[in-house]
Design a protein around this ligand. Sequence first.
Ligand SMILES: *[C@@H]1O[C@H](CO)[C@@H](O)[C@H](O)[C@H]1NC(C)=O
Ligand SMILES: *[C@@H]1O[C@H](CO)[C@@H](O)[C@H](O)[C@H]1NC(C)=O
Length: 360
Amino acid sequence: MADGPVRFGIIGCATIARKLCRAIALAPNATLHALGSRSIEKARSFAAANGLSGAVKLYGSYGDVLDDPLVDAVYLPLPTSLHATWAVAAARKGKHVLLEKPAAVDAAELDRILEACEASGVQFMDGTMWLHHPRTAKMREIVSDRGRFGELKSINSISMFAPNREFFEDNIRVKPDLDSLGALGDLGWYCIGAFLWAAGYRLPSAVSALPDVTRNSAGVVLSCSAVLYWGLAHETAATFHCSFLAHVSMDLAVVGSNGSLHLKDLAIPIEEGSASFEFTPGAKFVDLHIGWSVKPEKVLVPTELPQEALMIQEFASLVQGIRNSGCSPERKWLEMSRKTQLVLDAVKKSIDAGCILVHL
Ligand SMILES: *[C@@H]1O[C@H](CO)[C@@H](O)[C@H](O)[C@H]1NC(C)=O
Ligand SMILES: *[C@@H]1O[C@H](CO)[C@@H](O)[C@H](O)[C@H]1NC(C)=O
């Protein structure tokens, strides 16, 4: 089976594991081999509720998935506070690691994970799906067009959704011992990732949270804003707001000296089969400033597979390269996660210190 599909094991039955089961089924060269939960009953009821094939091995512990010699790669949709323990354990067992975002509680924990992956020669990737949508590649062509787009000047992003009341009582994402980063980790991760993407993964020189932080009674951030600066004189700036307290919105605006790009559904496209953005090159105000000289151009990018299946496909093809052809793991995915985590840490530090400017 050395050249067969990549056999995934899923560790944990979080809601998002349902989406990833479907993605693994849709992606060529990937198959779901095993599912582990804290109890065999939970694993069985997840398998039944999601119509998993009887061929999927069900385990009543996370460790059993790692001990299954047929598992090539694991997907870890666990609470962030458990990432380091289980991702490191998976890497040490020679399993490739696809880790849900936010990648870790902080960069020190992420470094332990990345070091374990590097030491075992396994692929690491975090679960940021939008990076795999063909829309993202199309937007890259535009923002790197020096003539039509110009120099990067400003980026803005909001990432929010208003969950139901139970979320605030039960969800792991608002519990300090499970997901201490709250909305910053769950949603701010997308904004920060989008900024780094737009800036060609150049780290900002400084960041500052803004004084609009809302926390729950346990101190977990439910909504916050921050600004990131690049350059000695802060020539390029990015601001974001992330929140569990407002209507679903996932806007990104990337503004260059001669063009601007806008979209409204960065992390989860409004429709599965295609996604769009608007690009406005070289607009001026018309005479009397009663309109613009150029209308935004709507760019529609179809996709045959949903972005999460494209993520699985990309990850599986890297794993196949390592497993079948002796390739080395693709390091760019480690670096992208690490930079996102470093900026996230700096924003967290700024929030905790009363919105001071934090230099990176
Ligand atoms: C700005 O964009 C417009 C439209 O694409 C183009 O005609 C113009 O040459 C660009 N200006 C610069 C300075 O590159
Ligand atoms: C699937 O795997 C086969 C054999 O390893 C390879 O030739 C093919 O390109 C892979 N397909 C995709 C979509 O990655």
